[in-house]
Design a protein around this ligand. Structure first.
Ligand code: TXA
Ligand code: MG
Length: 352
C-alpha cells in the first residue's frame, strides 16, 4: 500500500511531512522531491530499510546511495575528517545540488556504504526534503526511479515506477533543476568530478580552484574502469535508437538534424526530434513529430524537461529519436552528459 501526500513545494504543511517522517523513523520507504530529482529515501541508520530500496528499485547492491542531511552536525555524524576548508566551502554551496564524497564515520554501516569506506553526502535545497530530514534522521536516497529508467522529475514518474512498492510518495510538483546533483570526490587531491550537475563547473572552479575532470564525467566515451561504483552501470537509454547531434553553429545543427531525420523517413521510419523552442518549428514544417525540450536562451528549461522528454520517446508513436545537442556551458554540461549516455554515445557531429 502506498500513501500519496500532496504538498506545496515551497511552504509544505509540517503535519503532512511529519506523517512521512514517522514512516522513515519506523523503517519505511518515502519518495520525496529534492531540487534536482525525486529521491527514494530510508533512514541511513536502518539497514533493513536500505536493503529494501535496492529490492524495490532493482538496483545493484554495490551501488551506494547519497546520504541527505539537513544540518552540518549531521554531516559530522555521517562523515569523518571533514577538513575545515571544505566545511567553509560547503557553507557556501549548501543547501544545494552538490554531493561530496568523504570518509564515512563509524556510525555508517557497511550496508549504508555498500562496503566502501567512503560516503556521498549532500544537503538538498528543497523545503520538503529539508523538513523531512529535520523531522526524522539523515536519509539515504538514490533517485526514485526503477533502475534503468530516467530519474523522476515529477511525482507522476515516481507513481508510474514505484506505486504499490513504497510506503509514501510525497508529491511536491516538478523538481526545480531536473538533473541529478553534481558529485565530487573530496578524498582525492585535487578533488575529482564524477558527475556534472546543476552546481556548475564554473561554480566548482570558483569555490574549489583546481578540479580534475575525467573525460568520462563529461559523458564522452565509455570507460574501461569505473571511477565510482554507479558509473560502471549502463545508464538509461530509451528502447528506441537515439542519436544526438552536436554542432557549434545552430544553423548547421538544424540542417544536419533535418538531413538525418529525412534519411530515416526515406527508409520508412517514423522519427521524433527532441528540439528547442527556437528550432522545433523547422522540423514540424517537414511533417516530423517533435518533443519540445526547452529554450536555448535558458538552458535551465532544457535541464528541467530533459528526463520527461526522454520518457516520452518510448511512449510516442515513433521508431527512432534524434536529439539536438546544447552548448556545454553552465547546466548545459550536465544536459549533454545525460543526453550522450542516454544515446549510448551515438553522437553525430558537424564538421564545422
Ligand atoms: O540529485 C541527486 O543526486 C539525487 C537526489 C535524490 O539527491 N540522487 C541521485 O542518486 O541521483 P543516485 O543514487 O541515482 O546517484 C548517486 C551516485 C551513484 O552513481 C553512486 O554510484 C554514486 O553517487 N555514489 C554514491 N556513494 C558513492 C561513494 N561512496 N563513492 C563513489 N560514488 C558514490
Ligand atoms: Mg539514479
Amino acid at each position: 500500500m502506498t500513501m500519496l501526500i500532496k504538498v506545496d513545494p515551497i511552504k509544505p504543511d509540517e503535519s503532512e511531512i511529519k506523517k512521512a517522517a514517522e514512516v522513515i523513523l519506523r523503517g519505511g520507504l518515502v519518495a520525496f522531491p529534492t531540487e534536482t530529482v525525486y529521491g527514494l529515501g530510508a533512514s541511513t541508520y536502518n539497514d533493513d530499510a536500505i536493503r529494501r530500496i535496492y529490492v524495490v528499485k532493482n538496483r545493484p547492491m554495490d551501488n551506494p546511495s547519497i546520504v541527505h542531511v539537513s544540518t552540518f552536525d549531521q554531516l559530522h555524524e555521517v562523515a569523518q575528517e571533514v577538513p575545515d576548508d571544505l566545511e567553509e566551502r560547503l557553507r557556501v554551496a549548501w543547501p544545494g545540488p552538490l554531493t561530496v564524497i568523504l570518509r564515512k564515520s563509524a556510525r555508517i554501516s557497511p550496508v549504508a556504504s555498500c562496503g566502501l569506506d567512503t560516503i556521498a553526502v549532500r544537503m538538498p535545497a528543497h523545503p520538503v526534503a529539508l523538513m523531512l530530514i529535520r523531522l526524522s534522521t539523515p536519509i539515504s536516497a538514490p533517485s526514485a526511479n526503477l533502475s534503468g529508467k530516467p530519474s523522476p522529475t515529477r511525482a507522476e514518474h515516481v507513481i508510474r515506477d514505484l506505486w504499490g512498492k513504497v510506503d509514501v510518495i510525497i508529491d511536491g510538483g516538478e523538481t526545480f533543476f531536473g538533473v541529478e546533483s553534481t558529485i565530487i570526490d573530496y578524498t582525492k587531491r585535487p578533488p575529482v568530478l564524477y558527475r556534472p550537475g546543476p552546481f556548475t563547473l564554473e561554480e566548482l572552479r570558483r569555490l574549489f580552484g583546481d578540479i580534475r575532470i575525467p573525460e568520462q564525467a563529461l559523458g564522452l566515451g565509455e570507460f574501461k574502469e569505473a571511477l565510482a561504483p554507479g558509473m560502471k552501470y549502463r545508464h538509461y537509454a530509451p528502447n528506441k535508437p537515439l542519436t544526438v547531434v552536436e554542432c557549434g553553429d545552430l544553423d548547421n545543427l538544424v540542417k544536419l538534424t533535418m538531413d538525418l531525420a529525412m534519411d530515416e523517413v526515406k527508409r520508412g521510419r517514423r522519427v521524433v526530434v527532441l528540439c528547442s523552442s527556437e528550432t522545433c518549428g523547422k522540423y514540424r514544417s517537414l511533417g516530423l513529430r517533435v518533443i519540445e525540450v526547452g529554450s536555448r536562451v535558458n538552458l535551465y528549461t532544457v535541464a528541467k524537461n530533459l528526463f520527461h522528454s526522454l520518457r516520452l520517446i518510448d511512449e510516442i508513436d515513433a521508431d527512432v529519436a534524434i536529439a539536438e545537442g546544447y552548448p556545454e556551458v553552465g547546466i548545459g554540461l550536465a544536459v549533454m552528459n545525460r543526453l550522450r549516455k542516454a544515446s549510448g554515445h551515438n553522437i553525430v557531429r558537424c564538421v564545422d
